[in-house]
Design a protein around this ligand. Structure first.
Ligand SMILES: [Zn+2]
Ligand SMILES: [Zn+2]
Length: 404
């Protein structure tokens, strides 16, 4: 039996599902894992899937893929582009697209498990497959662990995962140490005093307060952080008011913060709080602003020894020059909860999905940022081949490095 991975990828791509709603995707993944002979549990952490293959004495290797899609309207123009919609947590109907490539992650995972099953006489140990929901909420890994994952599978000796990214297809990016930033998502409510738009002097205008706050927050990264360090402060959402002649009573900001270390995290969080409170005070606010943490993601830190082993395994499998150090990514991941909760080493790498000729042309022209769509773009579209094959090879080779 051979699984048609291209058909699987296209099917998943055409049927993307929002975070914690991945029931169809989970059912398909679970079906394949069962067909391959794994012991499968569904509904772990809402929609998560766990597959176990016990194959004699030896290390326990956890391999993880995530499966959720994003509220993005696909604009790739591909024949298999998504036209799907979903209902977001606010109850709004939104377009849905696999704009982060998690459909590729599931496909490569199924292919890698198929390969490991086929080669099972050549290795021994226990393979634990995790198909995780809601990575885009930063909540799926936590949900699986909090739902008793460790009661149903043995603790890992190593946790492995991979993410498709705008590197040339055939290239793997992996580094020892911090591979991805830590992240906090904050909601800030600024309280003013509402009133008539013609009588601003009788109000405390939260729109002006919000505008000043957003501008001042930009000075954290540009003025307070050492230029040799990394920190990102993004205000991705700002909402206030319903009508031009009403000054509203409050404004809501949603922030995304990124940093490589716990020290930088403490510094940036303190600066955000200081600025938010000071701008409210500068506006004469009668009520303190509210600052709420919606999610916290730890930095994704690759274990040095395990990364060295995975790097040489990937070089053997894909060629010496196929593996590069991509630097630290300011994106964040929740994969490392699996390693943190269990005390196991983690290796998480990126694999390229861009046509190499197109990548080289954009690099030569200095237009990489403009011409090569990144994850979360409505134009994000990994090449089907060889991206699937490289993902399968990378994941199975890395697992075999530990399974023998
Ligand atoms: Zn994403
Ligand atoms: Zn992703």
């Amino acid at each position: 039996m051979t699984i048609d991975l291209e058909a699987l990828y296209i099917d998943l791509h055409q049927h993307p599902e929002l975070s914690f709603q991945e029931t169809r995707t989970a059912g398909i993944a679970a079906g394949h894992l069962r067909d391959l002979g794994l012991d499968v549990r569904e509904g772990v952490g809402v929609t998560g899937v766990v597959g176990v293959l016990e194959n004699g004495e030896g290390p326990v290797v956890w391999v993880r893929a995530d499966m959720d899609a994003l509220p993005v309207a696909e604009e790739t123009g591909l024949a298999y582009a998504s036209t799907a919609t979903g209902i977001d947590p606010a109850g709004t109907t939104v377009p849905v697209m696999h704009a982060c490539g998690h459909d590729m992650h599931v496909t490569a995972m199924i292919g890698a498990v198929e390969k490991l099953v086929a080669d099972r006489d050549d290795w021994s140990g226990t393979l634990v497959v995790l198909i995780q929901p809601a990575e885009e909420y930063g909540a799926g890994a936590r949900a699986m662990l909090d739902d008793g994952l460790l009661d149903i599978v043995p603790k890992p000796d190593i946790v492995l995962g991979q993410h498709v990214t705008p590197l040339p297809a055939g290239t793997i990016g992996v580094r020892s140490g911090t591979q991805m930033a830590a992240s906090d998502g904050l909601t800030v409510i600024l309280h003013g005093r509402g009133g008539h738009g013609s009588r601003p002097h009788s109000t405390i205008d939260p729109v002006v307060m919000a505008a000043a706050t957003v501008m001042r927050l930009q000075t954290i990264a540009s003025r307070e952080v050492d230029p040799r360090d990394v920190a990102v402060v993004t205000v991705g959402s700002i909402h206030a008011g319903l009508k031009n002649n009403i000054i509203p009573a409050e404004a809501k900001l949603e922030l995304s913060l990124r940093y490589p270390t716990d020290e930088m995290r403490d510094k940036v969080l303190a600066s955000v709080e200081r600025i938010v409170r000071a701008e409210a005070a500068a506006s004469g606010a009668e009520r303190e602003p509210e600052i709420r943490t919606d999610h916290t993601l730890p930095p994704t830190i690759n274990d040095a020894d395990a990364t060295a082993r995975v790097t040489s395994a990937l070089q053997r499998a894909l060629g010496e020059t196929a593996v590069i150090d991509p630097g630290m990514f300011t994106g964040s991941e929740d994969v490392s909860w699996f390693a943190r909760d269990t005390g196991a080493p983690l290796v998480f790498w990126f694999w390229g999905g861009v046509d190499p000729a197109r990548f080289q042309a954009a690099m030569a022209a200095g237009t990489l940022d403009k011409d090569i769509p990144t994850n979360h773009s409505p134009f994000f579209a990994p090449e089907i081949h060889p991206t699937i094959e490289v993902g399968v090879t990378a994941l199975s080779a890395a697992a075999r490095e530990f399974l023998g």
